[in-house]
Design a binder for this molecule. Structure first.
Ligand SMILES: *[C@@H]1O[C@H](CO)[C@@H](O)[C@H](O)[C@H]1NC(C)=O
Ligand SMILES: *[C@@H]1O[C@H](CO)[C@@H](O)[C@H](O)[C@H]1NC(C)=O
Length: 272
């Protein structure tokens, strides 16, 4: 049955010309390569897309959490049994506490816009008006002390301001309001011919729990050949972001050399 059938019909079909065969193989190869490249690209695309999806999902979760917190803070939301308000509010408070912890740990001189902002919101009109009438500023004159001191001491003078929002204690000026402050000091002093180390004026931020932070520093290496005192001054000043309760003080390498004649040694601060 098979014998007469096969030679007749399928022969031309099963053995196509070699050139057609070559073309077909070429086409097949190109197709497979294209397919492989396509698959790889698609996988890459899918991977990137998944990453993005994950990101947006986590953002979405954050958003939903915030919405829940918002709802829980309304009276209706608190009644709703669908929301586990206690748990949500507790985790929100935990987050806030962590945030406060972080900002406490961090050094004081980062520009903390948020801090300033919330502070400004908390201040009421009366206080703001009072502040406008009386600028927050202090200017103190140096006081001679009998021994060498590690923190220079100061006193108010008749003509200079001393605002109630800045307090003075044992050489340190303390600000009661957070904000940007200009801090300055001048110290006049005698150099001795024998002095080897430069006379240096420092302004420090006092940190009760850690090492004090240096804000400003001025040096003078000039020394005289004469035995008598050669009077000179160092002056320095700069703007710093202070927090409520921050204290600043001045010290010098050798406080016994400081000259306290009127107007020559002073320390001041004002809020911008
Ligand atoms: C604003 O602050 C002043 C003093 O800081 C206070 O006496 C006054 O009651 C406050 N006013 C309001 C509306 O909070
Ligand atoms: C000045 O104060 C800083 C910070 O407290 C301290 O490290 C330094 O020893 C003081 N300098 C002098 C000369 O007392």
């Amino acid at each position: 049955m098979n014998e007469p059938y096969s030679p007749a019909a399928p022969r031309p079909m099963s053995s196509p010309s070699p050139s057609t065969m070559k073309m077909f193989v070429c086409f097949l190869a190109v197709f497979i390569v294209a397919q492989t490249i396509g698959t790889v690209l698609f996988c890459l695309y899918l991977h990137m897309k998944m990453d993005k999806m994950e990101e947006s999902l986590s953002l979405n979760e954050d958003y939903i959490f915030l919405r829940k917190v918002q709802k829980c803070q309304t009276a209706e939301g608190q009644k709703s049994t669908l929301l586990d308000c206690d748990k949500i509010l507790r985790s929100f408070q935990d987050l806030q506490r962590k945030d406060v912890g972080v900002s406490k740990e961090h050094p004081k001189f980062e520009m903390q816009k948020g801090r300033e902002h919330s502070h400004a919101k908390g201040r009421n009109e009366t206080a703001a008006a009072a502040e406008k009438r009386q600028p927050i500023a202090a200017h103190l004159a140096g006081v001679r002390s009998s021994r060498a001191v590690s923190v220079l001491e100061w006193t108010t003078t008749g003509y200079a301001p001393m605002n109630s929002l800045i307090s003075y204690r044992e050489g340190k000026l303390k600000v009661e309001r957070a904000g940007l402050y200009y801090i300055y000091s001048q110290v006049s002093f005698c150099t001795k011919a024998t002095a080897s180390a430069p006379f240096t004026l420092y302004i420090y931020l006092y940190l009760p729990t850690e090492a004090d932070r240096l804000l400003l520093k001025g040096l003078d290496t000039h020394s005289t050949s004469r035995a008598v005192c050669d009077l000179q001054s160092i002056r320095e000043g700069g703007v710093f972001e202070l927090r409520e309760g921050d204290m600043v003080f001045v010290n010098v390498t050798d406080s016994t050399l400081v000259n306290y004649s009127p107007g020559s040694t002073y320390f001041g601060i004002f809020k911008l």
